[in-house]
Structure formats: C-alpha cells, structure tokens
Design a protein around this ligand. Sequence first.
Ligand code: NAD
Length: 382
Amino acid sequence: MMSPSYRFGFLCDVSEHEKRTAVVPNDVKRMIANGFEVTVESGCGLGILIDDHAYREAGADVVDALDISSIEVMVSLQTPKQLTETLRCLSPGAVFVGIFDPLWMPSSADLLIETKVTAFSLDLVPRITRAQSMDVLSSMATIAGYEAVVLAASRLPQMFPLMMTAGGTLIPARVMVLGAGVAGLQACATARRLGAVVEAYDVRPEALEQIQSVGARAIRIDLEETGTNNTNDRLTSQQQQLAPYVAAADVLITTAAIPGQASPLLVTTEMIDAMQPGSVVIDLAAQRGGNCEITEADKEINHNEVTVLGPTNLASKCARHASQLLSHNMTEFLLHLAPEGKLVVDTDDEITSSMLVTDKGSIVNSKVLAVAKDSPKLAVTH
Ligand code: NAD
C-alpha cells in the first residue's frame, strides 16, 4: 500500500434542513484502502443515524471541529456562502469539493476567488459514460423523482391504484409527469408501481421510448405547427397542447430544468385553475423559479383547493439512500482526482475540467465564466 499523502476532511453538514452526509463509513474504508487519511466532523452521520463510532471503526479520525488549516481537501454539502469563515481558514492551494450550483449562483465564486481555493462543484459533472459513477445530478434526481410521488400520494385525497371492493370500484389516480429526464422517469416508474395511470411528456424525442419503457404513456404534441423556432411561441404552443392533459390529472409532477437557466414555464395559473379540487402539483424545478406559475420554492400553496408544492431538497427526506449515493459519487471523484494517491488537477481531463470552478483565485470554468460576466464583481476579478 502506498504511504498516506493526503487528508480528506468531511464537514458535518447536518441541520434542520439537511439530513444528508457526503461520506458514509464504507467509503471511508475505501479511501483509506487507497492510501488517504480521512477526518470527519463529529455528528456528520447523525441525520442518517450513523454515529461517530461507526466512522472510527471504518478508520476515520473523528473530531469536534476540523482543523481546517491541516486539510488538503475539504468536502461539504454546504454552499461557499454558508462556509465563509471555514473557507477563509483553508490554506492557499487547498481543495474544496462541494455541490453549489455555480451556473445558477455564480456569485458563490466570490469567496473561492478571494481565498484562492481550488474548488470543484460536482453538479457540473459531464453527462458522459466515464463520469456516471460521479453523477450526483442523476443520484439526487432518482431520489427526488421517487419522493415526489410519495409526497403527492400523501397529499392526494384518494389512492393511486384501481380498487374493486365490496364497497364499490375506486378508479386509479391519473399522474402526469412533465420532463422525463432522470427524475421524471423515476417518478413515472414509482407512480406506475403504486398503480396510477401515468402519462408523461418531454421535449426530447428520444424520451418517448424511455417513457414507454417505464410503463407510462408518452404524450405526443406537435411544436412544428408553430412554424417558428421562437422559444416563447413554442412554449405557448406547448402550454396550449398540454392544457387538457393537465386538467385531467390528479397529480402533476414537473421536472423540466435547464442547467444554469430559469426553469421553463410549462404550467400557467390558468392551467392549474382547470384542475379538479384536491389535485396535487409537485414542482421539482422550484429551485430556479419552477415550471408552474404558482410555485414558490419550499412552500405549500393552496390555489383554489389545488395543492402546489415546490420542494428544493427532497433528497434529504430520503437521507440514508441519498447519502449512500452521494458518498459513492464523492469517493469516485476524489479517487479520480488522486489516482496515484497524490492529487493532480489535470485540466486536460474532461471530468476534472468540467467540474473545476476556480483555481488560484480565478474562475477557470468556461460555463461559469459565461454566466459570471453579468456579475461585475466577478468579471473584474478575472
Ligand atoms: P434535467 O434535470 O436537466 O431536465 C429534466 C428533463 O426536462 C429533461 O429530460 C429535459 O429534456 C426536459 N425538459 C426541458 N425543457 C422542457 C420543456 N420545455 N418541456 C418538457 N420537458 C422539458 O435532465 P436530467 O435528468 O439531468 O438529464 C439531462 C440529460 O442528460 C438527458 O438527456 C439525460 O438522458 C442525459 N443523461 C445522461 C447521462 C449519461 O451519463 N450519459 C446520465 C444522466 C442523464
């Protein structure tokens, strides 16, 4: 075994709104087996009922507070803003690995520039086969899609499956899913398993087959009839064509997100007005404004007896599995960064360069730079 050369430090991220952790004991063992030292902050597993003893048994040093200045690589689920003081204590050249959506919130790079930290955000993962094991977007979307259905089922004043009972026949719930990426397809599969009649729509033509493969009916609409490539005209046409499907749905789950951009408005207030009282809308795109006009992030709105929810961290509700996946993704990435036990920031590597946000006091990520140009402070720093 190679001699330990690097210490990975994991902060305790547990709070009222966050039950997940970025590392579980099995992955501590893996990092140690690969020649690294691991320190975790006491209580980091409490959100998933894993105590400090389990981390110690796996070989981690468990400390009350990380000695930040001695850490080469710090990992946390908190945003740079939440970590202001901690980042200021990292030694120059230290590495911060997080998930902080720098395309949507480029100002998060302010502190990373100021502290000259080399920072990676795992939500910039390239969607290529080689990076699948590090894909936190897919991991969290899988959980969010499942949890969205569970949440909707708990709010809907009826069951999902067809029931033929002595008391009469209960018809199955109709679930409609807009956006059939990872979260949407998981929502379709989960709602089908609960016995609902499920329909879904996505702008990507290849999604048709994927929707059918999870047992849902794929809705086809014709956006070419607009005769234009104008985004607004196409969106209006999409809203008009989807309106009757939305009106007939008992549950509507929207998941259409565009990285770094406001979520497209797929469901107008008028469309929600046409839904039956008691219907439930779960808007998984709420973080960036939502797909429904009515959505407010992390709020529950009763709009004419239609419940509209915009949860932004559903994965935390399923914290044990979310942490297991996150920890695996993080570990894969850390081992990718340091394949020989020594950390190398290889900017010729697509995975490394896609997730690298700042290095030595500058934004080095072209996508983040493109969105940061509107932020005067960031533009002058570079
Ligand atoms: P996402 O969260 O970015 O978006 C969710 C879905 O919303 C997408 O399917 C998108 O097509 C859809 N959408 C966007 N605008 C819409 C609109 N106006 N109306 C209806 N639907 C709309 O998506 P994601 O789940 O992160 O996946 C993004 C892409 O990456 C998909 O093409 C997926 O197949 C692909 N992917 C590839 C890999 C890989 O490793 N190769 C892994 C995961 C996902």
